[in-house]
Design a protein around this ligand. Structure first.
Ligand code: PLP
Length: 388
């Protein structure tokens, strides 16, 4: 059965009201701190950690569990847990699997706050983080030290879209008993199955495509069998919690994810191909274009592309010029995040220790939403006129 059929079929819920079954296609939102136990003996068991049911809100009520279970199946993992945001999922994963004296490797195109957390906070716990090239493959071996515990990947990176050779990295990591974690937000589990490529832990910022409507912050991680007990313990000991209503919305988002993602993909490729024909434009950085430096790896490992990509201009425009381009757009919102129905634009310069053809250049990033792509192209045309 395909992922889209499985997503639609999951999560039916029924209750019995006045002796009659009432069945809905979505689970209700369970809100609760207190959970009433049937008898005092259950409370005694709960106190000693031996009660095998749900005894408090932080044990994850049915709405959170329904979302987690659906995502777990889609990722093909052993355990999925939800968090209040994507960055919270990332931070807690790094906390759970590292300890004082460990070394971790980050591919240098990771989401900025991921690197910032390692540099500013994790270092205070005596965990050293160093960087590897954004397009790492077998060369990852050169970065592994005796005390390397974990390798953190993001493929493609969400600003400059370099792709890592995931199977090559995970093969080396397994030999050396190093945990691999991948931020899979760009592709979602529909277009990339990291655990099938040997990754141990897949992370989603659910705030992006899965929820799809830019109205919640939520994150999730999916762990393979080897690491699931350790993470389950960590999650429950830390009493981490994801809001039930946000899990409900995320579950709702999952149902239409295949359709939305397909449309994001089609429109983004159309806009990217159009940008390739524009004289002012230098590079269009989109993994599905043959000109992308790791296009062959994308073709091998991914089942599709989403709606986030970038481009650069031939000329090194001043900040004022870039501002006049962006400010003249009507349909592209000026805003962070991505994966929602509205098209968005950002611009930034990214430093890369291992070098990048975009170093020092303004990288214009487009989140192609669900508007008609012809309208988006007209809007960008207007912006380019403002540049000229
Ligand atoms: C690649 C990537 N991972 C993680 C995050 C963090 O997600 P959240 O905004 O849900 O904390 C973001 C946010 O922009 C992101 O772009």
């Amino acid at each position: 059965m395909s992922d889209s059929t499985k997503l639609i079929q999951s999560n039916e819920y029924h209750d019995v009201i006045e002796g009659k079954r009432v069945k809905t296609v979505n689970p209700p939102v369970y809100n609760g701190s207190t959970v009433l136990l049937e008898k005092y003996e259950d409370m005694v068991l709960a106190r000693s950690g031996k009660y095998d049911g749900i005894c408090y809100g932080t044990n994850r009520l049915p709405t959170q569990r329904a979302f987690e279970e659906t995502l777990r199946e889609l990722e093909g993992g052993h355990l999925t847990r939800a968090f209040q945001s994507g960055i919270s999922a990332i931070i807690n994963t790094l906390f759970a699997f590292t300890e004082s004296g460990d070394h971790i490797i980050l591919c240098e195109n990771v989401y900025g706050p991921t690197a910032r957390f390692c540099n500013k906070i994790l270092s205070g716990y005596n965990v050293e983080a160093t960087f590897a090239p954004a397009s790492a493959g077998t060369d990852i071996a050169e970065h592994i030290k005796k005390n390397t515990k974990l390798i953190f990947l993001e493929s493609p990176g969400s600003n400059t879209f370099e792709i890592q050779d995931i199977p090559a990295i995970t093969a080396i990591a397994r030999e050396r008993n190093v945990i691999t974690v991948l931020d899979n937000t760009w592709a979602t589990p529909l277009y990339l199955k990291p655990l099938q490529l040997g990754v141990d832990i897949s992370i989603q910022s659910v705030s992006k495509y899965i929820s799809g409507h830019s109205d919640i912050l939520l994150g999730a991680i999916t762990v393979n069998e080897k690491y699931s007990d350790k993470f389950d313990n960590f999650y429950s000991t830390m009493e981490i919690f994801a809001p039930p209503y946000d899990c409900y919305l995320a579950l709702r988002g999952l149902k239409t994810l295949p359709l939305r993602l397909k449309q994001h993909e089609i429109s983004a490729i159309k806009v990217a191909r159009w940008l390739e024909t524009i004289d002012l434009v230098d590079k269009v950085i989109h993994p599905a274009l043959q000109t992308h430096p790791q296009h062959h790896i994308w073709r091998r490992d991914f089942a599709g592309s989403s709606g986030l990509f970038a481009f650069t201009f031939k000329e090194d425009y001043s900040d004022e010029k870039i501002a006049s381009f962006i400010n003249s757009l009507d349909l592209f919102g000026i805003g962070f995040s991505w994966g929602g129905f509205k098209s968005l634009i950002t611009a930034g310069k990214y430093k890369r220790v291992f070098g990048s053809e975009y170093s020092g250049k303004a990288v214009i990033r487009l989140n192609i939403g669900l508007e008609d792509s012809n309208d988006l192209i007209k809007d960008l045309q207007k912006g380019l006129q403002a540049l000229e």
